[in-house]
Design a protein around this ligand. Structure first.
Ligand code: 2BA
Length: 109
């Protein structure tokens, strides 16, 4: 069994959860915040049997889009002079940041 931890954009999250549920996959949705943009994103926990792992990954890939976002450059970086003022920068966010863990045990009590 695998545990997929997928960090996705809020805009994609409800469609992604809906599609996972439709295909009979178990999902837990967490409201999270990205460290760089300090903006909300969504983290999904998906426990899947090995034979359905690729199906889950295919859904994530098909739903999650990459988008450009403009953000203020980090103003609190170590070593920045006090006169430093943040300027807008463009970053490409997503489709999805995915961690895959092998599950030792899956227990429901
Ligand atoms: P954030 O940390 O808010 O990052 C948003 C986007 O900003 C990133 O998109 C990336 O394009 C850019 N970015 C992040 N750190 C940067 C840096 N030091 N310099 C320049 N640009 C930077 P994604 O890579 O698609 O990441 C989307 C979200 O996934 C991240 O939101 C974070 O919540 C999570 N994430 C990404 N890599 C991670 C990792 N190695 N560990 C844990 N979470 C991660």
């Amino acid at each position: 069994m695998k545990l997929i931890i997928a960090i996705v954009q809020d805009e994609d999250a409800s469609r992604l959860v809906g599609q996972m549920m439709n295909e009979g996959l178990g999902v837990t949705k967490l409201a999270t915040t990205g460290g760089f943009l300090r903006a909300g994103n969504t983290t999904l926990l998906v426990g899947v049997e090995d034979d359905r792992f690729q199906q889950a990954m295919d859904i994530i890939e098909s739903v999650c889009k990459s988008r450009k976002q403009v953000a203020a450059s980090p103003s609190s970086m170590v070593g920045m002079p006090s006169s430093y003022s943040p300027y807008p920068i463009e970053v490409v966010v997503g489709g999805a940041t995915v961690f895959v863990l092998t599950v030792d045990q899956f227990i429901k009590l």
